[in-house]
Design a protein around this ligand. Structure first.
Ligand code: FE2
Length: 181
């Protein structure tokens, strides 16, 4: 029997590596519209990086990814991902935190919103009908590993049209949640 090496690994720097791994980065200029106040921020601030190994969109196939959110605030507002619904609302997802502290913001289709605390080794099962957004409230990179069906799709527009109803700030080291105005 031949013993082979796995296709993917998390080497010492905690970043997903493997032949078929790709990544993209979001800079402040790409996502400034999601923040309450974008004044004074450098357009070239790195906000987050998403590594993934993605399969063809065939039922039963799974993607694997890693999101690394930088410990940045935007005029006090904590760094966050754009957030999305899945295009196929039957497609669930798992998130596992490998480093850092923050929140997983969840919102149902009626707009009700709540959060789960994200901390090292917290494991989050996300119902397919929930929008999801990661927020780094800590002082270090937050790393969250994800597994989701390759047929999920990402619906970002739905979040743009019906945004999460809260914003998360860090004020004097404390996390403050504010209603979106
Ligand atoms: Fe997702």
């Amino acid at each position: 029997m031949e013993i082979r090496q796995a296709d993917l690994s998390f080497p010492w720097n905690g970043v997903l590596e493997g032949e078929q791994v790709s990544y993209y980065q979001k800079w402040f200029k790409d996502i400034k519209s999601i923040y309450m106040n974008s004044e004074g921020m450098s357009e070239d601030t790195l906000m987050y990086t998403v590594f993934s190994k993605e399969e063809e969109a065939i039922e039963g196939h799974l993607n694997w990814g890693l999101t690394v959110l930088e410990p940045v605030t935007v005029n006090g507002e904590c760094n966050m991902t754009r957030g999305h619904f899945h295009q196929d609302l039957n497609c669930q997802e798992y998130y596992w935190c490998s480093q850092g502290h923050g929140l997983l913001l969840l919102m149902d289709e009626q707009g009700e919103c709540w959060a789960e605390e994200v901390k090292p080794n917290s494991l989050h099962h996300i119902d397919g009908h929930l929008a999801h957004r990661l927020i780094n409230t800590g002082n270090e990179q937050m790393k969250v590993v994800a597994c989701w069906p390759s047929t999920s799709g990402h619906d970002y527009r739905r979040i743009e049209n019906h945004p999460f109803p809260v914003r998360v700030f860090k004020e004097n080291g404390k996390i403050v949640v504010k209603e979106r105005t």
